[in-house]
Design a protein around this ligand. Structure first.
Ligand SMILES: [Zn+2]
Ligand SMILES: [Zn+2]
Length: 412
C-alpha cells in the first residue's frame, strides 16, 4: 500500500482517545488484524486495556481490525476448544452489496473470468454467455443504496427487535461498517448464550422463512360452504404482517391483475370487489368471509409473495455464527479509509455514511484516477471518469484515500 495511506491511518489512530476504543467485555474478546498487502489474518490477540491496543494500532496501523462477537475465558488461546466460550452478542449484518437496487447499474460492473462477457449492475449468478460462475465484480456504493441499507436497519429495529422481541433501544448498538452497510449488535444477557440453532431461528424469523399462513390465523372453516378466517392487521408479529401484506397487495393490484386473481367466478365489478374486501379485512374485528375456496388458496399465495417486502434482508451467516469476527467500532476500513462508527438510534435518520464517517478531514492530495463511476465523499463529487480518460487531479484527502483504497486511483 502507498505510504500516504499508511501515514494517514497511523495519524488517525494516534489521534484517538482511549475512550474511542472502548468496548463492552474488552478483556474477554479476541482481536484480529489484517495488515495492508498481507493475505493472512493475525488472530487470537488480546489486550489488557484500550491504551495498550491504541499503542499497537499506532505502531502498525492495520487495514482491517476485528473483534470477536464472542466472549472467552482465554481469548488469546489459538485452540478454539481451549478458548472457553462464555457467550456472544447477537449480530445482524445488512450490506448494500447484497440488495439489488436500481442504482447498481450506474456504479457496478461485472465480468466473466472465463469468456470475458461483461455488463453493468447487479452481477448475474452465472454468465449469460458461457454459463460459468466465475464472475468478478467492481462494486461501489452511492447515497441511494446506502439509504436502502439504512431502511433495512430501521425495519429490523422498528418492526422486529422492539415490537416482537421486546428489546429496548438501549440494548441495541448500530454501527456503520465503514464501507457498504450496517451492523446491529444486540447486547443482552438473555441472547448471549444462544447456540447456532437458536440464532438460526431468529434469522429465519426476521427473513420470513418457512412461514405457513395456516399457522398464522388463516383457516378455512366449513368445507361445504367455505369461509376464510384470517389474521387481523392489528395482530402482533407475522400474523399482523401477513394480514397487512395481503391488504397492501390487493390495494396495489391493477384491475387486470385483480381480475385474474379474484374475479374468475364472480360477475362483480372488480373495483367494487376490491373495496369490499379491503374494507372487510381492515375492519375491527377483521372479516375475511365471503371468499370461495379457490380464492382462499390465492390469498395464501399472495401472502407468501407479499412477505418478501416485509422480510429483512440480512446476511444470515453473520447472525447464526457464535464466533464471528466483526469490524471494530472507530477503526478504519482498509477498502475505503472511512471510519466504522457507532450511531445511536436517534441519530440514524440524519446519519450520512459518506460524510459523517470521514476520518481524514484535512488537506488535499494529487491522485491519478483510472476509472471511477460518479461518487461522492463529503461535499465533493467526482466522476464518472473512464479508463481511457484517466487523469491527474487534486482532491480532498478523504476522497483521494477512498479512491486509492478502492484501487481506482494512485497518488501522484
Ligand atoms: Zn462467460
Ligand atoms: Zn448505489
Amino acid at each position: 500500500m502507498y505510504n500516504v495511506v499508511l501515514e494517514q491511518f497511523q495519524h488517525y489512530y494516534k489521534s484517538l482517545r482511549k475512550e474511542d476504543l472502548s468496548l463492552l467485555h474488552f478483556r474477554e474478546r479476541e482481536f484480529a488484524f489484517l495488515q495492508f498487502d498481507e493475505q493472512t489474518m493475525i488472530r487470537h490477540m488480546s489486550f489488557e486495556n484500550e491504551a495498550e491496543m491504541k499503542d499497537y494500532l499506532t505502531i502498525r496501523p492495520p487495514a482491517h481490525l476485528y473483534y470477536s462477537s464472542a466472549y472467552y475465558q482465554n481469548p488469546q488461546d489459538s485452540n478454539m476448544g481451549r478458548k472457553g466460550w462464555i457467550g456472544a452478542d447477537l449480530i445482524f449484518d445488512i450490506d448494500a452489496d447484497h440488495i439489488p437496487t436500481e442504482c447498481k447499474k450506474n456504479h457496478d460492473t461485472w465480468k466473466c473470468l472465463d469468456c470475458n462477457e461483461g455488463g453493468v449492475g447487479f452481477p448475474p449468478e452465472e454468465c449469460p454467455n458461457c454459463k460459468k460462475k466465475r464472475i468478478s465484480t467492481n462494486t461501489w456504493v452511492c447515497d441511494e443504496c446506502l439509504l436502502v441499507a439504512k431502511k433495512e436497519i430501521f425495519k429490523l429495529i422498528d418492526d422486529y427487535l422492539i415490537p416482537d422481541f421486546g428489546l429496548s433501544e438501549g440494548k441495541i448498538e448500530i454501527c456503520f461498517s465503514g464501507h457498504r452497510g450496517y451492523h446491529l449488535h444486540v447486547i443482552d444477557d438473555s441472547y448471549k448464550i444462544l447456540n447456532n440453532d437458536g440464532r438460526r431461528e431468529i434469522a429465519d424469523y426476521v427473513r420470513g422463512l418457512g412461514l405457513k399462513p395456516d399457522l398464522h390465523g388463516f383457516k378455512v372453516i366449513s368445507k361445504k360452504d367455505p369461509l376464510l378466517m384470517g389474521p387481523d392487521i392489528y395482530n402482533k408479529g407475522w400474523r399482523g404482517r401477513l394480514a397487512k401484506s395481503v391488504y397492501a397487495h390487493l390495494n396495489k393490484c391493477n384491475s387486470k391483475e385483480l381480475k385474474k386473481l379474484y374475479l374468475q367466478e364472480k360477475n362483480e365489478d372488480e373495483e367494487e370487489y376490491r373495496e369490499r374486501v379491503l374494507q372487510k379485512i381492515s375492519g375491527s374485528p377483521t372479516w375475511w368471509g365471503g371468499l370461495s375456496e379457490a380464492q382462499i388458496k390465492k390469498f395464501y399465495v399472495i401472502a407468501l409473495e407479499a412477505i418478501k417486502d416485509m422480510a429483512c434482508n440480512i446476511d444470515e451467516r453473520v447472525t447464526i455464527d457464535t464466533k464471528r469476527l466483526i469490524r471494530y467500532p472507530n477503526s478504519l476500513h482498509g477498502k475505503s479509509g472511512l471510519r466504522a462508527c457507532r450511531i445511536s438510534y436517534n441519530d440514524l435518520e440524519r446519519f450520512d455514511p459518506l460524510g459523517d464517517a470521514i476520518a481524514f478531514k484535512n488537506g488535499s492530495i494529487k491522485v491519478y484516477v483510472k476509472d471511477v463511476p460518479k461518487i461522492r465523499i463529503g461535499d465533493t463529487e467526482i466522476g464518472p471518469i473512464k479508463e481511457k480518460d484517466r487523469k491527474e487531479i487534486e482532491v480532498p484527502m478523504a476522497l483521494g484515500i477512498y479512491m486509492i483504497c478502492k484501487g481506482a486511483a494512485k497518488p501522484v
